[in-house]
Write a protein that binds this ligand. Structure first.
Ligand code: GDP
Ligand code: IMO
Ligand code: MG
Length: 442
């Protein structure tokens, strides 16, 4: 039995959705633990594309339970729309696989309005958020005045009172701070009621459910959203998201015991991308950057924005290995690098004439860092049909081995295309050979 946390090790969009889908074959439950519909996790199954913003990426596996954990912020209308899209694609019973924590907070339309108004007010200092209301919803949570799924189970009068109080407060912010039109609280309540009619039966006290599943020997896969460098504490603040995206939060935010986690897997794109604002030392604003964007289809799964592209950054990745305690990683999009004569990798930064081996906390400092790049030989072959590590071109194997050596952890998975089958699994990840097995054997 094994429980695994999977997180993004860069600035998001590493290919987490694809890897989660793949690993779900060995899991019994898949749990989203933070973030909201700022996430966009893409799966390509037999040529058909699915993008999940809120629904855990295990949903396409019949019978697997998908859990929206306590730390997620949920826009209920978006959630229902996702299920409608799934139904239209023939997945009629997927709603039955879902459970939502009664502790999870709701994103209201006014959270989205505040997010967007604030961003336009910031002008060139904007964060480049997804505009999905994530920051304002987490602010209400931390301010202890948000609306939770448990509130949907209260009587109608109590729910109305709560919703009207929140919308009234939001309206004052919208009107006074941002000079925006206010929102009708009755319409907000009607939207919540509509969604609640469908979602109420799915609401549970999920920490009990997760523990019972673990005690029954089931495998639980925790699906991170965003990435380590977007973490509220450890990322490039303030150009970050409003939740804790690191592995330890899978436990904190889901109410799951730390000691029951067997493996922490980081998903690492073979190069780096970033959406939104903020420093990005290895960014390529040239033909190579365009090459990566075109070849990698680097356009946001949530907003459609072009992603900024650059070389692999080992400084950021070593920090991700450290703060998440990664046991291993999955490298994705190796196929995208085919055709490059040389591939460069950032080994350290140079800041004001000095070498820097750590990831600085100041964005001003990070913006002043120049990457110290090592050149590695590329390869020309198409990798998208390769099924085993040994069949990869020698330089592609060397690239992965170089990553392993510099990060000090093994690449258990190598992904060579967006499809489920375009994956080289080098180690059975759910055999429980991670940290708990090591403790048990000691
Ligand atoms: P996530 O947010 O981490 O789940 O990643 P996204 O879905 O936002 O972005 C990853 C994109 O890369 C998606 O379009 C995937 O279909 C695609 N993808 C994932 N793995 C691979 C791969 O190994 N090769 C290629 N070419 N595309 C991949
Ligand atoms: P997945 O799970 C990439 C970025 C936004 C912005 C910053 C803050 O698909 O990897 P927010 O709306 O969260 O307040 O925006 O975070 N961002 C992501 N970038 N992938 C994501 O999710 C992201 N979710 C948020 O672009 O820079
Ligand atoms: Mg994404």
């Amino acid at each position: 039995m094994a429980n695994m946390v999977l997180i993004g090790a860069q600035w998001g969009d590493e290919g987490k959705g694809k890897i989660v889908d793949l690993l779900t074959a060995h899991a019994d439950l898949v749990v989203r633990f933070q973030g909201g519909n700022n996430a966009g996790h893409t799966l390509i199954i037999e040529g058909e594309k699915f993008i999940f913003h809120l629904i855990p990426s295990g949903i396409l596996h019949e019978g697997k339970q998908c859990v929206i954990g306590s730390g997620v912020v949920v826009d209920p209308e978006v959630l229902l729309r996702e299920f409608e899209q799934l139904r239209a694609k023939g997945y009629e019973r997927s709603l039955e696989q879902l459970v939502i924590s009664d502790e999870a907070h709701l994103i209201l339309p006014t959270h989205c309005r505040i997010d967007q108004a604030r961003e336009s007010g910031l002008g060139c200092r904007k964060i480049g958020t997804t505009g999905r209301g994530i920051g304002p919803a987490y602010e209400d949570k931390m301010g202890r005045c948000g609306l939770r799924f448990i509130d949907l189970l209260a009587d109608a009068a109590a729910l109305k009172e709560k919703v009207y109080a929140i919308v009234d407060r939001h309206n004052r912010v919208l009107a006074r701070l941002y000079d925006q039109e206010t929102v009708d609280p009755g319409a907000v309540l009607a939207g919540i009621e509509r969604a609640a009619g469908v979602l109420r039966p799915l609401i549970r006290k999920t920490p009990y459910l997760l523990r019972e599943a673990a005690d029954a020997g089931k495998n639980i896969l925790f699906e991170g959203a965003q990435g380590t460098l977007l973490d509220i504490d450890h990322g490039t603040f303030p150009f970050v998201t409003s939740s804790s995206t690191v592995a330890a939060n899978a436990c904190a935010a889901s109410g799951f015991a730390l000691g029951l986690i067997d493996q922490v897997l980081g998903v690492v794109k073979a190069y780096t991308t970033r959406v939104g604002e903020g420093p990005f030392p290895t960014e390529l604003r040239d033909d190579t950057g365009d090459f990566l964007r075109d070849r990698g289809g680097e356009y946001g799964s949530t907003t459609g924005r072009p992603r900024r592209c650059g070389w692999l950054d080992l400084v950021g990745l070593r920090y991700a290995v450290l703060v998440n305690g990664l046991d291993a990683f999955a490298v994705t999009k190796l196929d995208v690098l085919s055709g490059l004569e040389t591939i460069e990798v950032c080994e350290a930064y140079e800041y004001q004439g000095r070498r820097l081996d750590y990831f600085p906390s100041s964005v001003e400092m990070l913006a002043g860092c120049r990457p110290i790049l090592k050149r590695l030989p590329g390869w020309q072959e198409d990798l998208s049909g390769i099924l085993s590590f040994d069949e990869l071109p020698a330089n592609a194997r060397r690239y992965v081995n170089f990553m392993e050596e510099r990060l000090g952890i093994p690449a258990h998975v190598v992904s060579v295309g967006p499809g489920r089958e375009q994956t080289i699994i080098r180690n059975n990840l759910f055999t429980g050979n991670g940290r708990r097995a090591a403790i048990d054997n000691s």
